[in-house]
Design a binder for this molecule. Structure first.
Ligand SMILES: [Cu+2]
Length: 178
């Protein structure tokens, strides 16, 4: 008999909760947190400008103008450099990759330096296959004093990336030219 009572109680409680939730007239919450509806995409256009952030999950968020700008702290055309350091935070607070929009030549090394544990790196958008891996754990600390992931850009293409945790704050594009 005890067992039966327990079974009845476990049936009644969820029913009571359900009825209670129904009484307040609030709309269903099953859609909370869902991604916003995507705009229907027209014919594919693979140019960087066309891929700029317009709500598409794999949009590249650097313009070609940004990638063509003179190489500086913010990135740009760094095809004269054999190695680019892309810095991001060690702490949990998000901050944009520096630089975030970079153009280099085939053979250049992009050295990501920061906490991959706090800011997991993931490829997003652009050409495939991408040289940018999903990196969720910290590689060894390098000369920058931060965990470093050195990636050799072995083929031409345009490759997007972002932080898994802070995709609206931390994102970038590496364009590799012959
Ligand atoms: Cu992050």
């Amino acid at each position: 008999m005890r067992r039966l009572s327990f079974a009845l109680a476990s049936l009644v409680v969820p029913l009571a909760l359900y009825a209670c939730g129904d009484d307040d007239g609030s709309p269903p919450t099953s859609n909370d947190g869902a991604a916003p509806a995507q705009e229907s995409s027209a014919a594919p256009d693979t140019s960087v400008d066309a891929g700029r952030d317009q709500g598409s999950p794999d949009a590249l968020r650097c313009t070609q103008a940004e990638l063509d700008a003179p190489c500086g702290d913010g990135g740009g055309d760094c095809t004269a450099s054999a190695r680019i350091e892309v810095l991001f935070p060690l702490g949990a607070a998000p901050a944009q990759y520096e630089p975030s929009c970079v153009k280099v030549k085939v053979g250049a090394v992009i050295n990501f330096a920061g906490s991959f544990f706090q800011h997991p790196l993931e490829p997003l958008g652009g050409d495939t296959p991408t040289p940018i891996p999903l990196q969720e754990t910290d590689p060894p600390v390098g000369a920058s004093g931060r965990p470093e992931l050195a990636l050799t850009m072995s083929s031409a293409g345009t490759f997007g990336y972002q932080c898994v945790f802070h995709p609206t704050t931390m994102f970038g594009v590496i364009q590799v030219v012959p």
